[in-house]
Ligand binder design. Structure first.
Ligand SMILES: [Fe+2]
Ligand SMILES: [Fe+2]
Length: 287
């Protein structure tokens, strides 16, 4: 096997790893008949209102409702992110024009798409069973300026990495939280397992494209892409604060609550391991 293209070595490893973890995509999670009112549907520490004075005014039943609504919001953001991701991955299959479109990489991307599709199914199933619907996409227009292919792909895989590392950060907190209810816990656990592979692929693509972009001296494009990634990171950060959640809970002035959560220092501190992890990664690869 040629060791020439590191990303193809990564693709082969990920294919093997993915095939070892095969599962029935439509029967993976055991959905509870009814949710347990004594267990959280989303980790309490990560409830968006947790650090605002209003949280102390909520009774136990409202706090539990908030945890369910936050789970629906988080899973909905996840679903919309996966939809956009699958739409962007699909045309890359076997196209063989850019990095990661060769036959070996394409075989891995088929598994990537397959896993995202199965995630969307398990997440949507949770939202439909326990809330009756998926929250609508909050229609963030993702800017797509014309860059060289290498930088375009850094931006694409960079945004994917930002999203997947955010999801993984929360998944990990939920998996470690012994107060989580069974079905929600399973959804987080299964997602976390698969996302480790996806992030490895995102990194392989970012790094290969970065080394090619540097050889072509695309530094001003790279700076512009980095700014766009920072904007996207902030959008993902703010996606956890949805006024529709607060309205559904019967709270007045959902937009003001959203602004307060976003401005909260405690919330920034809570999310810091995620944002610092991203910053460290960019520094390590010289981006
Ligand atoms: Fe996923
Ligand atoms: Fe993923």
């Amino acid at each position: 096997m040629s060791q020439k293209n590191t990303f193809q070595v990564v693709a082969r490893k990920l294919i093997t790893a993915s095939d070892k973890k095969k599962y029935d995509p439509f029967n993976r999670v055991e959905y509870q008949e009814t949710l347990n009112g004594d267990r959280w549907q989303f980790p309490e520490d990560f409830l968006s209102l947790r650090n605002l004075p209003i949280y102390g005014d909520l009774d136990d039943e409202q706090k539990w409702r908030l945890s369910l609504l936050e789970a629906i919001n988080f899973f909905s953001v996840n679903i919309h992110g996966e939809q956009a991701l699958v739409a962007a991955l699909e045309p890359r299959l076997y196209r063989d024009k850019r990095v990661g479109e060769d036959p070996v990489s394409s075989k891995y991307i088929q598994r990537f798409i397959h896993e995202e599709n199965s995630h969307t199914y398990m997440l949507a199933e949770f939202c439909l069973r326990y809330h009756g619907s998926v929250f609508p996409d909050r229609a963030f227009a993702v800017e797509q300026p014309k860059f060289s292919p290498e930088v375009e792909d850094i931006l694409f895989y960079g945004r994917t990495y930002i999203l997947e590392s955010y999801l993984g950060f929360i998944n990990q907190k939920a998996v470690k939280d012994s107060d989580m209810d069974t079905s929600a816990h399973q959804v987080h656990k299964y997602h976390l397992i698969d996302e480790a592979r996806h992030k490895a692929w995102d990194k392989a693509m970012i790094e290969e494209n970065l080394s090619r972009a540097k050889k072509k001296n695309l530094s001003s494009e790279l700076r512009a892409a980095k700014d766009l990634m920072a904007t996207y990171q902030e959008y993902i950060y703010q996606s956890a604060c949805n006024p529709a959640v607060y309205r559904a809970l019967g709270l007045e002035n959902g937009m003001r609550l959203r602004t307060e959560v976003i401005a909260s220092n405690e919330r920034r501190d809570l999310m810091r391991p995620w944002s610092e992890g991203l910053a460290k990664y960019y520094a390590d690869i010289g981006f």
